[in-house]
Design a binder for this molecule. Structure first.
Ligand SMILES: Nc1ncnc2c1ncn2[C@@H]1O[C@H](COP(=O)(O)OP(=O)(O)OP(=O)(O)O)[C@@H](O)[C@H]1O
Ligand SMILES: O=c1ccn([C@@H]2O[C@H](COP(=O)(O)O)[C@@H](O)[C@H]2O)c(=O)[nH]1
Length: 221
């Protein structure tokens, strides 16, 4: 059950999204980036940022920053959810994303966002699109569990992440299949998913990402 003292999201009270969107004509372009833990989302987002000048916002990174922020009301809650591979209540994550988007537009004059590792649950998907911004599409990295597991165990040797260990990895896979895959299926029904096979080398995977972007009318900058 969600804890009681969650932030009030201004977004929840809006009857229109904060950023009406549309490629080239809206105030913001949003691409969701999904895939299992260790599928290579962060790796590919770095390539996209370099070549397409998107701002990369990782929901997991924003949650970890908030967890470590002195005085945060949500530090302990986030820590527990991340360790158990569970999805932090959407009020917290959507507020963090909205703050980061507003700051990016104001300070960096960038209005194109890669939102990495989000939405991971149907309630987040629906609420974000209703009150913040409709996504253009979801970039989905498809990767078998054994490949992802090997990558995460390797990453765990140096990442310092509390959830790159066998027990947390198992829980994250379960959450991904049960809670996050329905989000991908939801967007697929809308024809809003670009699916990329993620087993090959990073460079090979990126070639497929670029192809998908071209097909969706997103140009190199
Ligand atoms: N195509 C690839 N082939 C081999 N290793 C890869 C590939 N892509 C990424 N990696 C490595 O796998 C690990 C996980 O990659 P990355 O951090 O990009 O995944 P992620 O999907 O963002 O993971 P998470 O959701 O857990 O944050 C990293 O150590 C990265 O260097
Ligand atoms: O929308 C989200 C995104 C992430 N989380 C939690 O963070 C961890 C780590 O996420 P990464 O994308 O792998 O960095 C994830 O397992 C969830 O516990 C979340 O709650 N909501």
């Amino acid at each position: 059950m969600a804890p009681a003292n969650l932030p009030t999201i201004p977004a929840m009270n809006r009857d229109k999204p904060l950023f009406p969107t549309g490629l080239g004509e809206g105030e913001a372009t949003v691409i969701f980036v999904l895939g299992g833990p260790g599928a290579g989302k962060g790796t590919q987002c770095s390539n996209i940022v370099r070549d397409y000048k998107f701002k990369h916002l990782s929901a997991g990174d924003l949650l970890r920053e908030e967890q470590d922020r002195k005085g945060s009301d949500f530090g302990d809650l986030i820590k527990e959810y991340i360790r158990d591979g569970k999805i932090v209540p959407m009020e917290v994550t959507i507020q963090l994303l909205e703050n980061a988007m507003q700051a990016t537009i104001k300070d960096e004059h960038i209005n194109k966002f890669l939102i990495d590792g989000f939405p991971r649950k149907m309630d987040q998907a629906i609420q974000f699109e209703k009150s913040v911004c409709k996504s253009n599409f979801t970039l989905f990295f498809d990767c078998p569990e054994n490949v992802m597991e090997e990558r995460l165990i390797n990453r765990g040797k140096t990442s310092g992440r509390a959830d790159d260990n066998e027990e947390s990895i198992r829980k994250r896979f379960k959450t991904f299949i049960e809670t996050s895959m329905p989000v991908v299926e939801h967007f697929e029904k809308d024809g809003r998913v670009v699916k990329v096979q993620a087993v090959q080398t990073p460079d090979e995977v990126y070639e497929h990402v670029k192809l998908g972007f071209t097909q969706r009318g997103i140009k190199l900058v």
